[in-house]
Design a protein around this ligand. Structure first.
Ligand code: SAH
Length: 196
């Protein structure tokens, strides 16, 4: 379970913005992720009107699906282009407003009010700004976080969830010496030590 040379790799915010600008977004799944469908019941556990968090959300279509089911969705994404593409892909009207607590950040909210996407770094958020969540869909998020930031990321996520919450995490398994990532390889032992 050695993560090899990936441990020191850093992808900057600027590089992520460039990926969106160039349309270099092979991670985006137009039909959603198959594991989302498979484990949706675990996420919801029969409950309605949940608050679900999408860290490093991109323009994940699952946000639209959950909103259509009556849940409220909060996402965070550094790329404003990604956020705008989300709303235009689904023909959803939205408004945008500054976030007083975070300098330079904007919040994009669907006019219906149940999808709020923060355009800033995930590390700018706290429960005093976004509240706590009943569920998290973490796909392309922990595995996209720079390996040196994993501890900080996991502590933040733990802070953002309610006691009775469900956290769905998708990771990838491969030989980290053969691909530089992202997505990065996160050994299961590390997931256990990060989330307890
Ligand atoms: N979860 C999405 C996107 C995965 S790619 C999906 O499943 O499709 C990772 C995304 O995280 C990119 O869109 C990138 O722009 C964004 N990102 C990278 N670092 C971030 C950070 N520190 N805060 C918020 N978003 C970030």
């Amino acid at each position: 379970s050695d993560i090899g040379s990936q441990k020191d790799r850093v992808v900057t915010e600027e590089e992520w913005l460039q990926k969106w600008e160039m349309g270099n977004i092979g991670f985006h799944k137009e039909q959603g992720h198959p594991l989302f469908q498979k484990y949706l019941d675990v996420l919801l556990n029969g409950r309605s009107g949940l608050r679900i968090f999408f860290p490093l959300c991109g323009k994940a279509v699952e946000m639209k699906w959950l909103a259509d089911m009556g849940h409220s969705v909060v996402g965070v994404e550094v790329s404003e282009e990604a956020v705008k593409e989300f709303f235009s892909d689904h023909s959803l009207p939205y408004c945008e407003e500054p976030v007083p607590e975070i300098s330079g950040a904007k919040m994009f909210q669907s006019t219906s009010g149940n999808i709020s996407l923060y355009c800033c770094s995930v590390y700018d958020l706290s429960s005093s700004i976004v509240g706590k969540f009943d569920g998290v869909w973490d796909r392309g998020a922990l595995v996209a976080v720079n390996p040196c930031d994993r501890q900080r990321y996991a502590s933040l996520m733990i802070n953002l969830v309610e006691k009775n919450s469900s956290y769905l995490l998708v990771t990838v398994s491969y030989d980290p010496n053969k691909h530089k990532g992202p997505p990065f390889y996160v050994p299961e032992s590390e997931i256990k030590s990060l989330f307890g």
